[in-house]
Ligand binder design. Structure first.
Ligand SMILES: O=C(O)CCC(=O)C(=O)O
Ligand SMILES: [Fe+2]
Length: 298
């Protein structure tokens, strides 16, 4: 399932960690082989057609029917619904890499996502329904006690600006939490840029496409600004996203609601851990288990 010989200790060397810390994101070589990415594209198809491995309603609900065929579709906690997705988005391989990048001993899943951005063809540059607005992940997650969270974005096909690749603002994680940065669902990239870049930011707005080949993964810090534009190809851009957190991440009181708060009950206390089956431990999966190279995700 994973590319054989992926040795996390060798892969995530000091240069990689320094690049992640400096630039706010890092692109991996291929981590998942073609057989796996094909399986995951099939898992996407099954997900969007309502063919689930487990009939458990995610707290986000099942995938919604999108009235607009050009609109981006997002299923959070797809791992509740599909076992192939679960094997990858909760994998010890991603967890081990997350542990190195976040510099923590234990990693849990905050939530995952399956995202599809339909292709609108070469003439679709003005169609914004597939856009994902400039945002900081932590902008959406202010009920989390940690700003040291890390997102893995897994490409299920070659991904470039032609099919709406994610773009990151290099080094923006060092600007801290910006105002109004919870913009995943917004479409006006230029307007958002104007608003966000007017704030007290300590650097230039360097917009870098996150180019990935099929099976490669990018890892970004939860304060790194990112977003994406239209998919001008004729096929959907598919990805899986694993949002990871340090194992001891708990509740932080904030006026912002997040669906993960449901699992803390009605009287959440500050520091109460986001733990339990909804937040699977990704690393170490089991302290006695062999390293992730020895067989890949179960
Ligand atoms: O898929 C995209 O273009 C954006 C994904 C995203 O927001 C994320 O991975 O955190
Ligand atoms: Fe994001």
């Amino acid at each position: 399932m994973v590319v054989k010989g992926t040795d996390v200790d060798a892969l995530i060397n000091e240069d990689v960690v320094a690049e992640y810390r400096d630039r706010g994101y890092w692109r991996s070589p291929r981590l998942f082989d073609r057989e796996t990415t094909a399986l995951l594209r099939r898992a996407h198809e099954r997900l969007w057609s309502g063919d689930f491995d487990h009939p458990i309603p995610s707290q986000y609900g099942p995938p919604r029917d999108e009235p607009d065929a050009a609109a981006v579709r997002q299923q959070c906690n797809a791992f509740w619904l599909n076992d192939d997705i679960r094997a990858v988005t909760t994998s010890p391989l991603l967890g081990a890499i997350g542990a190195r990048l976040m510099d923590v001993d234990e990693v849990r899943l905050w939530h995952d996502q399956a995202v599809t951005k339909p292709g609108v063809g070469a003439g679709g540059a003005a169609v914004t329904a597939g856009n994902i607005g400039w945002h900081q992940d932590y902008g959406h997650w202010q009920c989390s006690s940690s700003t040291n969270m890390c997102t893995a974005w897994i490409a299920l096909q070659d991904t470039d600006l032609g099919n709406g690749a994610m773009r990151t603002i290099v080094g923006s994680h060092r600007w801290g939490l910006l105002e109004d940065s919870a913009n995943f669902g917004k479409k006006d990239l230029a307007g958002l840029k104007a608003r966000l870049s007017k704030q007290d930011i300590s650097g230039a707005w360097i917009d870098e496409p996150c180019l990935l080949r099929e099976g490669e993964v990018s890892f970004h810090h939860c304060l790194t600004l990112h977003g994406s534009g239209p998919n001008l190809s004729d096929t959907a851009r598919l990805c899986l996203i694993s949002h990871m957190m340090p194992g001891d991440t708990g509740y932080r009181r904030s006026p912002q609601y997040h669906p993960n708060m449901l699992f803390l009950g009605p009287d959440a206390r500050p520091g109460q851990p986001f733990a339990g089956p909804y937040f699977p431990v990704m690393w170490p999966r089991d302290r006695t288990a062999p390293p992730p190279t020895a067989g890949g995700p179960a």
